[in-house]
Design a protein around this ligand. Structure first.
Ligand code: GDP
Length: 455
């Protein structure tokens, strides 16, 4: 019998969640890594999990020797040799997961006996990706990463598709579905669709899919029970939520969202973990927020010179270009109105303000912070809002009002002590804390794995 049954209300709250408070790419991977390192240093055993999304996002963790580990599907905590990893729920693209595992294995990450994929995950099939790619080429493009997420997740809602247990118990049928889906969804080549996928290509794609799925079979397990087993053994569970607040399927700016609930409640529901086990949520926010994939972004910068200063270059490890797609991200300034909406909905225990070192790019040494929005209710009537509206439609009718906070202009890269920060930067942190009624626990001071202040 699982030890978790013996004392279900032990009072232990061993689950930490890291969420994104913006539109993604806030540095959740790094915050998760640092939080796990802190737990390990305190003697904890850790299970690092993902419960949603698929390989559409990317985390990069660079170690002291400059080795960069890219994580798309695999939980980033696995970079620590003693940490267990699991994809409890969400969507798994077997082809890319196998490629990612092979790359990580080459860099010394071992998967044997310390990694699992849930029986309830949905597997991404070749037609999900092909349909996503096709839509992105059409006038209905949503600015997705074309990894098939919306198609696989709608299969999940329709109770169709292939789950982990389907792969484990009947790979032959799953392979057939991988093949037939390409023909069924209008992607097959025929006289009216000469650019479609040929029978041979469909077989090749289905073969590659099935070979990869087979490689993952040894890892497929009931991760819900596995998680509770580890909790019973005293493990701490750290879950990096997928995407971020503004991409939440309910609270994001539709249609520019992901297909999941990306906040703490969604993670717990997806993982089969009771909310009573929640210890804390850390919300990551980039001091220069960024966005990909269209949709409103009231505080976006439009001056190409400033964009380059803020976003950096494609070759920079911390440049604002997608890890998965290489797409340039739009960049802009912190938006308290959006953060206030986030705080109301999520109430995180703490904030991680990332890329704080980037403040030194501001030549005039003032950081614009959006403090309120002018919302155009009618052509000639405006209302001032402290909290951002919930829809893209309304947000498109808002213009930001800024406060300008002084920066020191100093290079703070690599600082590890709060006390070493210049007074101006500390004042900015206090300003966020006061405006959002939430403590700032982590401050990012550079792209490296250890460039972080913990308070
Ligand atoms: P995620 O997609 O939200 O998980 O973001 P990642 O953890 O992958 O971080 C994205 C990129 O930002 C990585 O290349 C990190 O090295 C970089 N990064 C994270 N935090 C900081 C920071 O505080 N300063 C700088 N300059 N780069 C950072």
């Amino acid at each position: 019998m699982l030890r978790s049954f013996e004392n279900p209300f032990s009072g232990e709250m061993p689950v930490t969640v890291v969420v994104g408070a913006g539109a993604g790419d806030e540095g959740k991977g790094k915050v998760t890594d640092r939080e796990i390192a802190r737990l390990l240093a305190a003697g904890a055993r850790v299970l690092s999990k993902r419960e949603q999304g698929g390989g559409n996002a990317g985390h990069t963790i660079e170690d002291e020797e400059g080795v960069a580990f890219d994580f798309h599907q695999i939980p980033e905590g696995m970079v620590h040799p003693t940490v267990e990893g699991a994809i409890g729920n969400g969507y798994v693209d077997p082809v890319n997961t196998c490629k990612e595992m092979a790359k990580l294995q080459k860099k010394g990450v071992d998967f044997e006996g310390r990694f699992a994929i849930g029986t309830i995950v949905h597997f991404v099939l070749p037609h999900h990706i092909a349909r996503d790619e096709k839509r992105e080429r059409s006038k209905y493009a949503q600015g997705t990463t074309a990894t098939g997420m919306s198609f696989v997740s709608s299969d999940k809602r329709k109770r169709e598709g292939v789950t982990g247990i389907d792969v484990l118990e009947d790979l032959a049928t799953a392979k057939k579905m991988a093949y037939e889906g390409l023909r069924k969804y209008g992607l097959a080549r025929h006289p009216f669709n000469p650019k479609g996928i040929s029978r041979r290509q469909a077989h090749e794609l289905a073969d590659e899919w099935a070979k990869s799925a087979e490689k993952l079979m040894p890892y497929i397990d009931d991760v819900v029970i596995r998680t509770h087993d580890r909790i019973g053994q005293g493990y701490h569970v750290v879950i990096a939520a997928a995407q971020a607040f503004l991409l939440d399927v309910d609270h994001g700016k539709k249609p520019y969202t992901s297909s999941d609930n990306n906040l703490t409640a969604g993670v717990f529901a997806a993982g089969g973990i009771p909310i009573s086990l929640h210890e804390k949520t850390i919300a990551a926010y980039k001091i220069f927020p960024s966005k990909v994939g269209g949709g409103p972004f009231p505080t976006r910068e439009i001056d190409p010179r400033l964009i380059e200063l803020i976003a950096g270059k494609r070759e920079d490890i911390d440049g604002e270009f997608g890890v998965t797609t290489g797409r340039p991200r739009e960049v802009g300034y912190p938006d308290l109105t959006s953060l206030r909406r986030f705080i109301l909905i999520e109430r995180p225990n703490s904030l991680a303000l990332t890329k704080f070192d980037k403040l030194s790019v501001l030549e005039d040494r003032y950081l614009p912070v959006c403090d309120s929005l002018d919302f155009q209710e009618t052509p000639d009537r405006y209302t001032e809002l402290d909290v951002a509206p919930g829809s893209a439609r309304e947000l498109n009718r808002c213009t930001p009002n800024y406060k300008f906070l002084r920066t020191s202009g100093k290079d703070i890269r690599g600082l590890k002590e709060y006390g070493a920060l210049p007074e101006e930067e500390r004042r900015i942190i206090r300003y966020f804390e006061e405006e959002l009624y939430t403590p700032v626990e982590y401050i990012g001071t550079g792209p490296g794995r250890y460039d972080m202040i913990k308070r």
